[in-house]
Design a protein. Structure first.
Length: 91
């Protein structure tokens, strides 16, 4: 049975969310959070990247192995950035 799903509403909602997050990125760039600037910028970028991967690259409905690879990539990225920042900030 071939069922046609209309994903236009979902795509438009994700697109709107990405536009709002882009506006938040621009607005946050005008504030000074001290050493937390990089954390705020990386958090917003991670949320936007996750939305793109989950919905526009169809990772949400994909194989579980691909989802594990995606999540582990973010975990290792966070680990590498955390270790680098711990060295840079406390030197």
């Amino acid at each position: 049975m071939n069922v046609h799903h209309d994903h236009n509403k979902t795509y438009l909602a994700v697109f709107g969310t990405l536009l709002i997050l882009t506006a938040i990125t621009v607005a946050v760039s005008y504030f000074h959070f001290g050493v937390f600037n990089i954390f705020v910028a990386m958090f917003v970028a991670t949320v936007k990247g996750s939305l793109v991967c989950l919905y526009f690259m169809h990772l949400k409905d994909d194989n579980r192995v691909n989802q594990v690879v995606f999540i582990s990539a973010f975990v290792f990225l966070a680990l590498f950035i955390g270790l680098t920042l711990s060295d840079v900030l406390f030197r």
